[in-house]
Structures are given as C-alpha cells and as structure tokens.
Design a protein around this ligand. Sequence first.
Ligand SMILES: Cc1cc2nc3c(=O)[nH]c(=O)nc-3n(C[C@H](O)[C@H](O)[C@H](O)COP(=O)(O)O)c2cc1C
Length: 291
Amino acid sequence: MATNAATVQWIFGKYTREDLMKMDPIVLRGLLHERTHHMIEVPLYPTLLKWRGRAIKSFGRQAQLCYEVWRAREFTDRADDIQWVKKYLAIAEQIRAGKKPELDEPLPVPFSKAEMVVVKKLIYGRRSYRDYLNKPIPDEMLETILEAGRAAPIGCNLGHLKFIVLRTPKERAMIWSDIPTRSCGAIIVLCHDKRVAAVVGHDRVVPQNAGFDAAAAGDHMLLMAHALGLGGCWLSEMYGEGDTTEIFKKKYGLPDYIEPDLHIILGYPSIGIIKSSRTPLEEMIIEKPQK
Ligand SMILES: Cc1cc2nc3c(=O)[nH]c(=O)nc-3n(C[C@H](O)[C@H](O)[C@H](O)COP(=O)(O)O)c2cc1C
C-alpha cells in the first residue's frame, strides 16, 4: 500500500520524495534503516504492550516513503537488510489500520552447560597476538570474520560501516603500528561513511556512535578469528602531528567522506602470548558514594 507521507521530516532534516529520488543510494539506504528503526522498531514494542485498539495513522509512514523511493529507483528488494525493513513495514501497515500485529519472536533461553563451555572458551580464551607468520588467510575465513563484524550491534542499524581488507605487504605498510605488520594475514580497517551519519543528524547528537559501531564490529571479528584458530589485535591510530588516519586515507585514496575508525591485524601467530588479566571486578564496580 502506497504511503501518503509527503516528506521524511524530523528535527535534523526534511526530505521530499524528489530529494530522496536524488539521494546517494548508500545514504538513502542508511536513512531507510534509521527511519525504520526510529519510526517503527523503537515505538512498536511500547505500542503493543499498551495496545488501545486504535489506528495510528502516521505509524511508519516515513520509513514507507523511503522504501517506496528505494524501490522506485529499482534498488534491491532481496537483501536481508531490506527484508528486515519490509517485516517492519508490514507491521506498521497493520497498526495504521488499527489491527494489533501478532509477533512470534523468541525470548532468550539460557545456554546448556556444553554451550557455556564453548562461550567461555571464546570469551576468556581470546588474547591479543603481536607477531605473525607471513601466511595468507583463506578467503572463506576472512569472509566469516567480516560477517561476524557485520552482525555486531550498530547504532540505529545505520548501515554506515565499511570494511577495507589490506592483504599485500604494500597495502599493509600504509598502516602505522607499534607492532610489526610486515608479516601477517591481513589488516582490516573499519570505517564509516560520514554522509550517512550527517543525513540523520548523528554527527550532531551522537558523534561518538560511529567509533563505538566500529569497536563493536572489530570485537566481533576478533572473537570469530579466535574461534577459527587465528590471532588478532587492535592497532591504535595516532592523532596529532603525523596523523596516521590522514596518512592512510591519502595513501589508499579514500574519499573524504569515508572515515577510518579502527584497525585490526589478523593472522597465524608466530608465537604464543602470555594471557593478560584485569583489575579485580570489585575495583571495577563503582558503588554510589556515601554522603
Ligand atoms: C582501543 C584499543 C587499542 C589498542 N591498541 C593497541 C595497539 O596499538 N597495539 C597493541 O599492541 N595492542 C593494542 N590493543 C590491544 C590491548 O593492548 C590488549 O587488548 C590488552 O593489553 C589486553 O590484552 P588481551 O587482548 O590479550 O586480553 C588495543 C586494544 C584496544 C581495546
């Protein structure tokens, strides 16, 4: 059913159907994700719990308009993110018609003892390795690692994260690091497309989210690498004089709107590493100060 929403509008922007028809596809996809998240996913669950049996005429219309333009421009209908959007659009349509949608989604179930053994092996067994064999990582393994990053939490499901896989020694040399990068399997640079955050106003209200999104994806990748028998480590960027991000952007030829947030190195470790440990938990917990 076509929407009668004329614009996508909120405090950070106002876009007519014509604006959306001209919008860069990556930015439009990000906006479609964000409008689905904020205009359907977020209000849906409280609406269902306090269902009053009344039609909510505007429910999800902005997301619907973004989707209609997406399809009018003949972009994919099959990708799994668009399938996710469509599930919510169908629910929003029911709410606009005053019909309570029935959801049949699972609640979390505790893992079995055997499953917990695996989870603990993953979380507590991971460590940062700092020297690697000069051995390439098979493509399927790299894809599995990138997919794990893709599954990580991401603010408003924005879809602005981009991954660069540096494999050759020449490419890897573009990344500054305090550990050797000459031999390893690959370096993954996790970036975000700044245009997407700008169109939804994230650059103004939640500028920290882009780095958090990259960190969450990087951590998922490192855990998956560990499960695959590989090692990995974060590599910090350096700001100030000799800004390593700017140097990489220039050397790699990245457009200005792609911002690198984090690098991780991956490969077959050449030497084991002593497992680090943390500050005691009781020292990490801040109790409410006594007056
Ligand atoms: C934000 C961040 C930046 C890091 N940067 C570096 C780095 O530049 N070089 C490095 O050798 N390790 C780096 N690490 C890895 C940490 O040193 C490591 O996680 C920490 O010492 C704990 O060891 P573990 O990962 O083996 O548990 C970084 C980790 C994080 C979370």
